[in-house]
Ligand binder design. Structure first.
Ligand code: ATP
Length: 229
């Protein structure tokens, strides 16, 4: 059975439809890349998965159970961890407080998160607002890990960061894949880096899933057509 499954999902912002009949399935431990140009529906799909936006048609299943009526906190408790676009840390809380606020029992605790991101231990008592962009991104990932998710959803986790910091974030994602059995849904624009972690891929265009399959089966023709500028 799939860990997460979207079956013929549609979603709207008021009267305007953003997702049309989107289906995807993610197995336990699978790393899926969710791709598409700007405004094609990636974040909307993420919101539907995390229950920050209700799907209007179709179904969203976690372990085969329809979670369509769940609020976002229930999805989080059930194991869907979100690293949102734009990071959204609690700016006036310290690094430690941000992490502890999210904590749920499991292997991911403050010590484990700071083993993945030693920088967060150095910044332990600093307010999130005073962190660099890269450190805030590490904090956002750490905070999601503290919920001990079964599925970690990363929405543009490397966006707007300096190349060296992006590499640190990708290294952390690679370690998550290698060292844990966590399923990952990764929204990102960097094909080269996605290729180092992704098992499968889904491409969205104008709210429609136009391609899905093994990441290794992506051809230049497909990526040029749907992701090229
Ligand atoms: P990006 O890479 O720019 O983040 P995306 O692929 O994540 O893009 P979405 O943010 O999911 O795309 O947007 C999909 C469509 O829904 C776009 O047409 C966008 O304008 C629209 N949309 C997104 N958020 C809202 C909102 N809060 N209200 C109305 N329309 C929205």
């Amino acid at each position: 059975m799939s860990l997460l499954r979207l079956d013929h999902v549609s979603a709207f912002y008021g009267p305007s439809q953003a997702l049309f009949d989107v289906s995807l399935a993610l197995a336990e431990g699978e790393v899926m890349a969710l791709m598409g140009r700007n405004g094609m529906g990636k974040t909307t799909t993420v919101w539907v998965i995390c229950r920050m936006l209700r799907n209007r048609g179709g179904s969203v299943l976690l372990d085969g159970q329809d979670i369509g009526s769940w609020p976002s906190h229930r999805a989080a408790r059930a194991g869907i961890g979100l690293v949102p676009e734009g990071r959204r840390c609690f700016r006036d809380l310290t690094v430690y407080e941000n992490l502890i606020a999210a904590a749920r029992p499991g292997e991911w605790d403050f010590a484990a998160v700071t083993r993945l991101f030693p920088r967060l231990a150095e910044r332990r008592d600093q307010k999130a607002a005073t962190l660099s962009g890269g450190e805030q991104q590490m904090l956002a990932i750490g905070r999601a890990l503290m919920t001990n998710p079964r599925l970690l959803v990363l929405d543009e986790a490397t966006e707007g960061l300096a190349p060296v910091v992006r590499q640190e974030i990708w290294a952390a994602i690679q370690r998550l894949k290698a060292d844990t059995g966590m399923a990952l849904l990764v929204v990102d624009k960097s094909l080269k880096e996605l290729a180092t972690v992704a098992d499968t891929a889904v491409i969205l265009e104008k709210g429609v899933s136009v391609w899905s399959g093994e990441f290794a089966a992506l051809t230049d023709d497909i990526t040029d057509r749907y992701l090229g500028v």
